[in-house]
Design a binder for this molecule. Structure first.
Ligand code: FE
Ligand code: FE
Ligand code: FE
Length: 167
């Protein structure tokens, strides 16, 4: 927290810090996804995760573009929130033996990840506009739209097959 008050003085500092936070988060998500894909039993869930894993790589490229356009080095900073969400997901998946119940747990964990990303990208896009960077805002909104779409797909899955199978 010392880092927070000491190094972040301006809105621009805050924007760059948060950009680094989501950059780190996307990288941790990329590392966690193969394990989730591997453990997913429901074919629709597996497919949604696979598609989003590819999308996530594109999101990382867009973030690198935002850093460059904003004249900042491409750099991540530890996001304790995503570390916690992913750790929780791993524990939950590891504990559930029934594959259908595990799918439901995975789906819920994946939605927690998407919701974290949605809040960050929403904030970052708004700040980018305030800072006079509509070019950066547009890239951030593209990522936001993909996260929202993934969240909607997961909700649709939760309402259909995955949770009904688990019940
Ligand atoms: Fe993402
Ligand atoms: Fe964070
Ligand atoms: Fe995502």
């Amino acid at each position: 927290m010392g880092l927070f008050s000491k190094d972040i003085k301006t809105k621009d500092d805050l924007f760059v810090h948060t950009l680094r936070d989501i950059y780190y988060a996307e990288q941790q998500i990329t590392k966690a996804m193969p394990k989730m894909i591997d453990k997913a039993t429901n074919p629709s869930l597996k497919q949604a995760l696979e598609r989003h894993a590819t999308e996530t790589e594109g999101q990382i490229r867009r973030l690198e573009q935002v850093f460059e356009q904003h004249g900042q080095a491409v750099k991540g900073v530890t996001c304790e929130a995503i570390d916690g969400i992913l750790k929780e997901a791993e524990h939950l998946m590891g504990d559930v033996a029934d594959p259908e119940v595990r799918d439901a747990a995975m789906l819920a964990s994946a939605q927690a990840v998407e919701h974290y990303e949605i809040t960050r990208y929403g904030t970052l896009a708004t700040w980018a506009e305030e800072l006079g960077r509509p070019d950066c805002a547009s890239l951030l909104r593209q990522n936001l739209a993909e996260e929202e779409k993934m969240d909607e797909s997961l909700t649709a899955l939760a309402k259909s097959s995955v949770n009904r199978q688990a019940a």
